[in-house]
Design a protein around this ligand. Structure first.
Ligand code: 13P
Length: 254
């Protein structure tokens, strides 16, 4: 036992209207009500956040946004700020997902500011990192992870590093059905933990590091049993309550 509570989060990406999100919550809550010892979260679109905060109130399910700006307010058309999320009762936020880095020009510079801004607003930040297929083939996986982890966490106080969640999501495994092998996932996640340890050894023992990329009910148990893997960030298999609940259950048995 390493003392870290497993964390399993459903990243719905640009899926589910408010009505669909509410139907999912109604189906999920009874299925995870006895998932003792697992932190469970759903990450709906901005528009469904308020409804899902309401419909999960009093349950074990936490609600996370999928992005935010680092400023509290300002002339940033189309953006949402940390206090806006906190006011709604949102518990945290995914930051630096590879789809935001790739399609929306999310930069490490911005993430440097977003990470402490989330913590200051009382939000749990889930920082996503990971290499492309090309970077893995070139032998650059560790270089990429080092760059992202060091830069994106550079403005987080060392004493607070254990309060963030990091998700290792190899880009080649996202939405492809190609899951990292147990060895690849363990090796990369242990490396990320060691990077946190370079700054604060005791925080490396606390920080939760998830695996993401084609996690499903069939492969979850093996991934979640790995010593450094503290949970999963789930895309496609999180869109159905039954398959997401099966992954939560696998985390509870680890
Ligand atoms: P998939 O589970 O669909 O591969 O997506 C993973 C992901 O990007 C979670 O953030």
């Amino acid at each position: 036992m390493n003392g870290r509570t497993p964390f399993v989060a459903a990243n719905w990406k640009m899926h589910k209207t408010v009505a669909e999100a509410e139907a999912f919550a109604a189906a999920l809550l009874p299925r995870v009500s006895d998932a003792e010892g697992v932190d469970v979260a759903v990450c709906p679109s901005f528009l469904a956040l308020g409804a899902i905060v309401d419909s999960t109130r009093g349950s074990r399910v936490r609600v996370l946004a999928q992005n935010m700006h680092y400023e509290a307010s300002g002339a940033f058309t189309g953006e949402v700020s940390p206090p806006m999320l906190a006011e709604l009762g949102v518990n945290g936020v995914i930051l630096g997902h590879s789809e935001r880095r790739e399609h929306f020009a999310e930069t490490d510079r911005a993430l440097e500011l977003k990470m402490p801004a989330a913590l200051a607003a009382g939000l749990l930040p889930v920082l996503c990192v990971g290499e492309t297929e090309e970077e893995r083939e070139r032998g650059d996986t560790e270089r990429k992870l080092r760059h992202q982890v060091q830069e994106d966490l550079s403005q987080v106080d060392s004493a607070q590093l254990g309060d963030v969640v990091i998700a290792y999501e190899p880009i080649w495994a996202i939405g492809t059905g190609l899951v990292a092998t147990a060895e690849q996932a363990q090796e990369a996640i242990a490396f990320v933990r060691a990077l946190v340890g370079d700054r604060a050894p005791e925080q490396a023992e606390r920080v939760r590091i998830l695996y993401g990329g084609s996690v499903n009910p069939d492969n979850a148990a093996e991934l979640l049993a790995l010593p450094d893997v503290d949970g999963a960030l789930v895309g496609g298999a999180s869109l159905e309550a039954e398959s997401f609940a099966a992954i939560v259950a696998a985390a509870g048995r680890r």
